[in-house]
Design a protein around this ligand. Structure first.
Ligand SMILES: [Zn+2]
Length: 160
């Protein structure tokens, strides 16, 4: 049978790996969120520019930056402006949705990080329940006893 120390080392190693993985995921999501916010700011800026009246040249630049398929040319500038605004609104909606999704994922990760070092042996209880059968006067009585968890020494969590 495996000794408690060996088992503890293995569990600690697993928790460290898990935390590292969670941190990596968190960093990646934070980076994605940052980029999404940057793009959102840019899109809103374009929108403001168009609302305030934009030149044909500038509108063409915006269309190019958004990589959307709208032709900007006289006499269609008004139509082009309308179509670009529509696309902008769509893209903004999409990004706002993505940002919400990312922040929800980050919340879940935060929770997972908090619970990553819960003792796998006692599931955080710090003790284990055992049923012993006591024989007395010819009767067998089950008795529940609580034993301190040997892996976490009753703490319920593994200290790294
Ligand atoms: Zn335990």
């Amino acid at each position: 049978m495996e000794s408690t120390n060996n088992r503890l080392d293995k569990v600690k190693e697993e928790i460290r790996k898990r935390l590292e993985e969670l941190n990596n995921q968190e960093n990646l999501l934070k980076k994605k969120a940052k980029n999404a916010h940057k793009k959102l700011t840019k899109l809103k800026m374009f929108m403001k520019e168009i609302e305030e009246g934009v030149s044909q040249v500038r509108l063409r630049e915006i269309v190019k930056e958004l990589s959307i398929n709208v032709r900007v040319g006289f006499p269609f500038t008004t139509l082009a402006r309308f179509l670009v605004m529509k696309q902008l609104k769509n893209q903004i909606e999409e990004i706002e949705y993505r940002i919400k999704e990312i922040s929800e994922k980050l919340k879940i990760l935060e929770e997972e990080k908090k619970t990553a070092n819960i003792c796998p042996e006692c599931k955080g209880l710090g003790s284990r329940t055992e049923i012993r059968y006591v024989r007395e006067d010819g009767f067998v009585t089950p008795v529940t006893i609580h034993k301190e968890c040997s892996l976490c020494q009753g703490k319920g969590r593994i200290e790294l």
